[in-house]
Design a protein around this ligand. Structure first.
Ligand code: CO8
Length: 257
């Protein structure tokens, strides 16, 4: 890949968007590479958790690439938006949990990418916003849909209509990110969380992700029924036998992928 890097770190694979010249802005090639790399990763049982981050200490992703978008016609713009949606959907449908390590600007398409991840940790210098209205467009990578689902309609509307940029502390207060750390600690904390998740029952973790992501699109009764089906599936696994036996024998479970 030219615009992204992948690196194994313990149980995690760190995927870094690496276009520092443009503050890691997402152009066509970068999105295509990201989708391709994530799609391959779903078959990689050695990777228990994916961590998504941006190169450098200034920016996670400063948005979709404005230079690329400037001269798009409506059909091309639609295709570009669909590629952004595919990227976000690929993150959500990846069997492994995805942690966003937000190490700086997460604006526009960058914020949309972060909110398609399962868990968000940020550095103290991170900044968030959907500044598309300043450019005469609306968010096109899912921001008008995922942001209200994540932080509620009122707070999302304020960010979307004003184009305001908020700091990491405010993002944490409104539930846009889970935790905030000094820049130099961010990756270490993400890796610690990844190792913790990797030590749990791998099938159970994957089924939790499926239950949350698919269930949130259903009504509560149907979603609980769906949860019940996934719960019953756990009882067909070695993992459930080992987990419960280990508890009763007062030892740590030994899970295998
Ligand atoms: N696209 C392209 N290039 C960018 C982008 C971007 N989003 N952001 C930064 N850059 C480039 C700059 O042009 C600059 O390049 P150069 O050195 O060649 O002049 C370089 O990165 C460094 O940036 P700055 O000099 O501006 O750095 P500052 O520290 O002064 O400012 C900011 C940092 C505040 C992040 C500033 O760069 C900025 O405001 N960037 C744009 C942020 C933005 O508006 N993002 C939203 C983009 S729109 C979007 O994401 C819509 C998604 C939906 C797409 C729908 C499909 C049709």
């Amino acid at each position: 890949y030219e615009n992204i890097r992948q690196e194994r770190k313990g149980a995690a694979t760190v995927v870094t968007i690496d276009r520092p010249k443009a503050l890691n802005a997402l152009n066509l090639d970068t999105l295509n590479e990201l989708v391709h790399c994530l799609a391959e990763m779903q078959h990689d049982d050695e990777t228990a958790v994916v961590i998504l981050t941006g190169a450098g200490e200034k920016s996670f992703v400063a948005g979709a690439d404005i230079a690329h978008m400037q001269d798009l016609d409506p059909l091309e713009a639609g295709r570009f938006a669909r590629l952004g949606h595919l990227t976000a959907r690929t993150l959500e449908e990846l069997p492994q949990p995805v942690i966003a390590a937000i190490n700086g600007f997460a604006l526009g398409g960058g914020c949309e990418l972060a909110i398609a991840c399962d868990i968000r940790y940020a550095s103290e210098n991170a900044k968030f916003g959907q500044p598309e209205v300043n450019l005469g467009v609306i968010p096109g990578f899912g921001g008008t849909q995922r942001l209200p689902r994540l932080i509620g309609k009122g707070l999302a509307n304020e960010l979307l209509f004003s184009g305001d940029i908020i700091d990491a502390g405010e993002a944490c207060r409104i539930g846009l990110v889970n935790k905030v750390f000094p820049q130099e600690e961010l990756m270490e904390r993400c890796l610690e969380l990844a190792e913790k998740i990797a030590s749990r029952g791998p099938l159970a973790v994957r089924l939790c992700k499926e239950a949350v992501n698919n269930g949130m699109e259903m009504d509560l009764a149907r979603a609980c029924r769906y949860e019940g089906d996934l719960f019953s599936l756990c009882f067909a696994s070695r993992e459930q036998k080992e987990g419960m036996q280990a508890f009763l024998e007062k030892r740590s479970p030994e899970f295998k992928v």
